[in-house]
Ligand binder design. Structure first.
Ligand code: NAP
Length: 463
């Protein structure tokens, strides 16, 4: 008998739908199908693959409202954010529909008159993806679109909290004419599906977005079959406010970065590092604006901050806030909770903490919640030292109108994504990814299709 798992609305705790978890046999069967479909899909010419991706994009846009509603129901984010995520997810399909036509090789001058040398690219094979719950649409299309554009077949396991958006997106890909075996999903617990994926000889690449510990495990498990890996892992973004920054602008951008998706994003500002001369003004302005954010069900008009995805996430946030307060942090606003354990919902009111220091957990662990901890610096070198002091290196932000300060920060921050006077730098046309323990490889931009391609070198002699 099939095993089912429940998908709940994190804003109310209500059951939305029961979903079938695939058995080991079914997952292996899907992998086999993806493997067998590979040669045929790779042989479809690039212009045709591009056309199919464009019709997928069109179907997604035609279903934007219903996809967004599904996303808000299973993830909790405000409807406006879900609508934005559908557009963001579509932008990856659009971008890679074009990049499909630009997979170029090259010729190399040979060292002998009798030789010709060429370099060509070919798709690497079946790709398996594992995605998180915080961006159920975009984290999938950011992987599927370049894989399909390159000529790879694709199979994804979405997070158990949010499989419905992914399932619908894949149905739409099929409706658009992409062969059913070229893009598939399987459902189940990550620890189970992950092992089946990594041990399969048919899967040539694992692409993962999720936490750093799971990413490390997947890298280890992929070693036996020497799979390609792309890892988009955890972050702990610093946001530096220099003494010359436009403070009102910095506050607006900080709020966008920090409180989107209730602070449950890998790139959200997690450590706010403010020059001591503007610390009080910035902190007061931020707290005042944060108080205006409306907490509630994402389907209700005007909601800015939805629920936390589950109890585990909620407990981690509360523990970090309590730890910070015990060690001397001052609460400027928030530290209020609205929860019902029996029903199963957990809301954290946007919180701003001042006088935060490096002894506090919140300065070392990814928060994944709507809490903005503020600390201060005197010299710019100190700000860089604080910013670089974690094993993470995903996104960093700074606010300054001084060119020298900006270039210094750009050059010295060890992060894959830098927002200079920009709290929302992510875009399909730019490379997204982290340094250090935040990951391997990049998604988006021209860089994002390379990981799905093998390089083949041909040397013709005796001419
Ligand atoms: P997670 O626990 O790592 O889960 C992410 C996915 O991995 C889920 O599908 C999960 O399956 C699966 N998984 C769990 N254990 C596994 C295992 N042993 N083997 C294989 N797969 C496994 O992460 P999360 O806490 O849900 O998501 C938030 C994390 O993702 C944060 O650390 C965040 O920073 C990171 N993230 C990174 C990016 C980026 O681009 N760098 C973007 C978004 C999020 P289940 O369905 O069983 O949970």
């Amino acid at each position: 008998m099939a095993t089912m798992f429940n998908v709940y609305n994190p804003a109310t705790g209500e059951l939305i739908e029961e979903v079938t978890a695939h058995t080991e046999g079914e997952i292996k069967q899907a992998i086999k199908k993806g493997h067998l479909a590979f040669k045929k899909w790779a042989a479809v010419n690039a212009h045709e693959r591009s056309k199919l991706l464009r019709s997928w994009s069109q179907k997604v846009q035609e279903n934007k409202e219903s996809l967004a509603k599904t996303m808000t129901l299973e993830n909790g984010k405000p409807l406006a954010e879900s609508l934005g995520e559908v557009d963001y997810a579509t932008s990856y399909i659009d971008w890679y529909a074009e990049e499909a036509k630009r997979i170029y090789g090259r010729t190399i001058p040979a060292a002998s008159e009798s030789k010709r040398i060429t370099v060509s690219k070919q798709p690497i094979g079946l790709v398996a993806a594992i995605t998180p719950w915080n961006f159920p649409a975009a984290m999938m299309t950011r992987k599927a679109a370049p894989a399909l554009a390159a000529g790879c077949t694709f199979i994804v396991k979405p997070a158990v909290e949010t499989p419905l958006t992914t399932i619908r997106l894949i149905e739409l890909a099929h409706e658009a004419g992409i062969p059913t075996d070229a893009i598939q999903y399987v459902n189940g617990r990550g620890s189970v599906v992950g092992d089946i994926f990594t041990s399969s000889e048919f899967i040539r690449k694992i692409t993962f977005t999720g936490s750093t510990p799971v990413g490390k495990q997947l890298i280890k498990n992929s070693a036996d079959t020497v799979k390609h890996v792309t890892m988009e892992l955890g972050g702990h973004a610093p946001l530096i406010v220099a003494e010359d920054a436009d403070l009102d602008f910095a506050v607006t951008q900080t709020i966008g970065s920090k409180f989107r998706n209730a602070g449950q994003t890998c790139v959200c500002a997690n450590r706010i590092i403010v020059h001591e001369s503007v610390l009080d003004v910035f902190a007061d302005k931020l707290a005042k604006e944060v108080q205006k954010l409306k907490v509630g069900n994402g389907l209700e008009e005007g909601t800015n901050v939805g629920p936390i995805i589950n109890k585990k996430g909620y407990e981690k946030i509360v523990s970090q806030v309590n730890d910070a307060i015990e060690k001397g942090a001052q609460v400027l606003t928030g530290n209020k909770y609205d929860t019902d354990e029996e029903k199963g919902y957990y809301f954290v009111h946007p919180t701003v903490l001042k006088n935060v220091n490096s002894t506090m957990d919140i300065m070392h662990e990814e928060t994944f919640g709507p809490v903005a901890p503020i600390t201060s610096f005197k010299e710019i070198e100190e700000a860089v030292e604080i910013a670089n002091s974690t094993p993470f290196g995903l996104a960093a932000y700074f606010f300054t109108n001084n060119y020298k300060t900006g270039m210094y920060l750009h050059d010295h921050l060890d992060f894959g994504i830098i927002g200079w006077n920009d709290g929302g730098p992510s875009a399909a046309h730019a490379p997204f990814g982290g340094m250090k323990e935040s990951g391997l490889g990049r998604e988006g931009g021209i860089e994002g299709i390379e990981p799905y391609l093998e390089t083949k070198y041909l040397s013709v002699g005796n001419l």
